[in-house]
Write a protein that binds this ligand. Structure first.
Ligand SMILES: C[S@@+](CC[C@H](N)C(=O)[O-])C[C@H]1O[C@@H](n2cnc3c(N)ncnc32)[C@H](O)[C@@H]1O
Length: 283
């Protein structure tokens, strides 16, 4: 429960302006290199790739996927290249325009890759297709941008077919206690459980160290693990699997070191998990 207006307000305007501005930065970045997509392949990170392979051992042919917060569609189009029929939703008009452009470049028809510009909290109105997806895919940089995790879980559940599953992989909420720190160790700055958003002024961008964003103000929320668990259970979903990882697909703080396959983690000791993976199903 939150008292934030989920359909409008400064949080939404500031965050959308920030994400719109990041799109061309990301498109030009090495991190979001889309060469593999152009070759018909998938650029899913190793955690998502392994998770999806476990859920769909026979492949994704004919599987209907809803990708929430799809950004400019790199993962959506990876899933489409793997055979899925994908709908991607994101509130950034810039991101959706680029996702549609790229789908066209790859020659994917709308039935295979469709992109909708919408706030997650408006998804049911913008895509009135209840119980129509085999998989809701939510990865890396998602619920931290959303004020209300219980409502998010209800939206996920609403879209899933009976037997359909949520695949979720994102920053572990414990990792949000850190600030940037220095090259040797991040600093513990934020409490784990807190009410309300962190309103941050940060003109930097994780995909391009040189970037200086004009729209630097963002609103972010930490949702403790127990809140995510209760939100999913409260929405009627069963938690099928849960895992913790010590690596994630971007340099979360300067002390993080490359571990191969585009992943970063602790230098030396694995202090606390950095990523959370879970699968929930609509039984
Ligand atoms: C870090 S990116 C997610 C990247 C994604 N994992 C991918 O496939 O590349 C976060 C995305 O969430 C989107 N976003 C943030 N808040 C949103 C909201 N309320 N509704 C819809 N999209 C939102 C942003 O526009 C951005 O594209």
């Amino acid at each position: 429960m939150t008292d934030v207006d989920l359909r409008g307000g400064d949080w939404l305007d500031d965050n959308r302006a920030s994400w719109d501005e990041r799109v061309p930065v990301h498109v030009a970045s090495e991190m979001y290199d889309r060469g593999v997509l152009r070759e018909g392949g998938s650029q899913l990170d190793p955690i998502a790739a392994a998770g999806i392979a476990r859920l769909f051992p026979d492949g994704l042919e004919g599987v209907r996927v809803l990708h929430l917060q799809c950004h400019f569609g790199s993962d959506s189009l990876s899933l489409a290249n793997l055979g899925a029929d994908v709908v991607g939703i994101d509130f950034s008009g810039e991101a959706i325009a680029e996702a549609r452009r790229m789908a066209g470049e790859l020659g994917l028809p709308t039935a295979r890759a469709r992109f909708i510009e919408a706030n997650v909290y408006d998804a049911r109105r913008m895509l009135p297709e209840p119980e129509s997806f085999d998989l809701v895919f939510v990865t890396w940089g998602t619920i931290a941008w959303l004020p209300d995790v219980a409502e998010w879980a209800r939206i996920v559940a609403w879209f899933l077919k009976p037997g359909g599953r949520l695949f979720y992989a994102d920053t572990h909420p414990t990792a949000w206690i850190f600030d940037e720190g220095d090259e040797t160790m991040p600093r513990v700055v934020f409490p784990y459980a807190k009410r309300g958003p962190d309103v941050l002024e940060d003109p930097g961008d994780y995909a391009d160290e040189q970037a200086v964003l004009e729209h630097a103000r963002t609103w972010e929320w930490t949702h403790p693990l127990v809140d995510v668990f209760r939100a999913l259970r409260g929405a009627g979903l069963a938690i099928d699997d849960l895992d913790e990882h010590y690596r994630l697909p971007w340099r979360i703080f300067p002390a993080a070191v490359p571990l191969g396959e585009g992943m970063y983690g602790w230098p030396g000791e694995r202090w606390i998990p950095l990523a959370l993976e879970l699968v929930a199903s609509n039984r």
